[in-house]
Design a protein around this ligand. Structure first.
Ligand code: Z5A
Length: 210
């Protein structure tokens, strides 16, 4: 059995990940691939419960350490219960965010040490890396404008622009450091153009199927 492919989407708030995931999912189906779609934090019963807690504005005082550990608690479940079994069964997995988000938000945004996040990635997430990561790159002001139309901001969306600038700069640095895994997509383009760029980035993985 050929192992499935693991594709993750990353970017700041409102960068268009959900929109792109839907387009990518339909396109993959048309290519004969039935992907499993999931999201982080979330994707399992425990993960979704932790997501609700993590995004709840009532948890405004949550420490950066607790936030990091809860993100990885959700991820430990998702990796073991869903992602690894699916990949082993030959399925493709599409995830709306994954470990890069912890480096960007808890590392860049909250200032948690990279070495601590790396240790959690190795232990809690089994050091599982995506085959391809699509980074939706969008300036913070544009992301803010998109998010503004959505009503009640969650706990993390309430952070200030400096926080999101740090998040974006870590994402960009990670993409520059691992160009073989990351594809940087201009998220200010129209959804069709973003989807076409994502298809071009994923196409080589289709060709590599046995
Ligand atoms: N988080 C963390 O801190 N650490 C971690 O390890 C993980 C996560 C895994 C929840 O993530 C929060 O968890 C997130 C990071 C943190 N907090 N923040 N901020 P999330 O992914 O669920 O939340 P989000 O980043 O706010 O994503 P979102 O709200 O789902 O947005 P999106 O999926 O990127 O965008 P969208 O819903 O597809 O589009 C947003 C709007 O823009 C919508 O009106 C679209 O119609 C429009 N749109 C989409 N694409 C376009 C284009 N190309 N042009 C114009 N308009 C567009």
């Amino acid at each position: 059995m050929t192992r499935g492919r693991f594709i993750t989407l990353e970017g700041g708030e409102g960068a268009g990940k959900s929109t792109l995931l839907s387009g990518l999912e339909s396109w993959l189906r048309a290519q004969g691939v039935e992907p499993l779609r999931t999201r982080e934090p979330g994707g399992t019963a425990l993960g979704e419960a932790l997501r609700a807690l993590l995004l709840d504005p009532a948890q405004a005082g949550l420490s950066a350490e607790s936030e990091l550990l809860l993100m990885f608690a959700a991820r430990a479940e998702l990796v073991r219960k869903l992602i690894v079994p699916a990949l082993a069964a030959g399925r493709w997995v599409l995830s709306d965010r994954y470990t890069d988000a912890s480096y960007a938000y808890q590392g860049g945004g909250r200032g948690q040490p990279v070495a601590r996040i790396r240790a959690l990635e190795q232990w809690a997430a089994l050091d599982l890396k995506p085959d391809r990561t699509l980074l939706l790159d969008l300036p913070v002001a544009a992301a803010r404008a998109r998010a503004a139309g959505r009503g009640h901001p969650d706990r993390i969306e309430r952070e200030n622009d400096d926080f999101f600038e740090r998040v974006l700069s870590v994402y960009r640095a990670r993409a520059a450091a691992e160009p073989q895994r990351f594809s940087l997509l201009d998220a200010s383009a129209s959804p069709d153009v973003v989807l076409a760029a994502a298809q071009a980035a994923v196409q080589p993985l289709l060709g590599a199927r046995a």
